[in-house]
Design a protein around this ligand. Sequence first.
Ligand code: ZN
Length: 329
Amino acid sequence: MSRISPTISFDAPGKHFGFLRLPYSTHESAYGWIPIPIICVAGAAGPTVLLIAGNHGDEYEGQIALGELCRTLDPADLHGRVIILPAANYPAAMAGRRVSPIDGGNLNRSFPGNEAGSPTEMIAHFIETRLLPMSDCAIDLHSGGSSLQYCPTIRARANPDPEIMARTLTFLRAFGASYGCIFKPLAGENRTMAAAAARCDIPYLCIEIGGGGSVGREYLSMMSAGVRRILIASGVLKGELDLQDETRILSVDGFDNYVYASESGLFEPLAELGELIAAGQPAARIHFPDTPWREPASVTFQTTGRVLCRRFPSLTKRGDCLYEVGAEA
Ligand code: ZN
């Protein structure tokens, strides 16, 4: 049982706007609740697609794209149901932060959540126990946030079930990004929404577009068009699938696909987004403005592949992720 209660019905046909009421009793508001916006658009009988943005509050294209989608989606055009959660970690989204300012919770590291936990844990619990089980597919819209920048990539967690993997790949290609990435969870990570969807046996896709704590116009239209194509591919939205570009499938299998800062200092990138790089190639130099006579430290790529994302701010600390590399098949 969740302590979160929706103000809308998920079973009624038509378009319904409302909130998930998350009880949150504070000094300022003794009986108050956190209003997490939710929209359900239901047409004729058919499958359910769950669309989420604001999983991380500082990733904006998805939040804007889902706002636009919920205003324009017509139930008459649907064979099925679309549930839209555009600001999933609402306190984080309102603060423009990756994590919630209330409890420090990173929603995408909080699954399966806890019905009696912090607000972020309660949201994760509601998504995993209520929204995912009523969905046939979940799409989670991200960007690189404040600390990373991504070239448009659609990502799926490797799933051992061939039927789920085949459906996942259909949606992945329908999105129309240049790169698709099949990833294995690092160190058995099971707190993500990808892991939650796998536990619920449904296809899950995570879109990574742009970042740097801002919104790119081109990225925004890519996000909106790609989500609509997935809705068409799922059979929920009427329409023709107009696929222009072939999506190149890359893989991220482990820590070698990442480059981390070996020292703290100023990050000078030596590779660009989308660039094809080779193992052993210099990835970055880290400069030391506190001891400028010291030679900068060199960091190299550990694997051959395509640069999918890079750190956005220059100031870096040892352990920060500088790049992610997708290996080409
Ligand atoms: Zn994110």
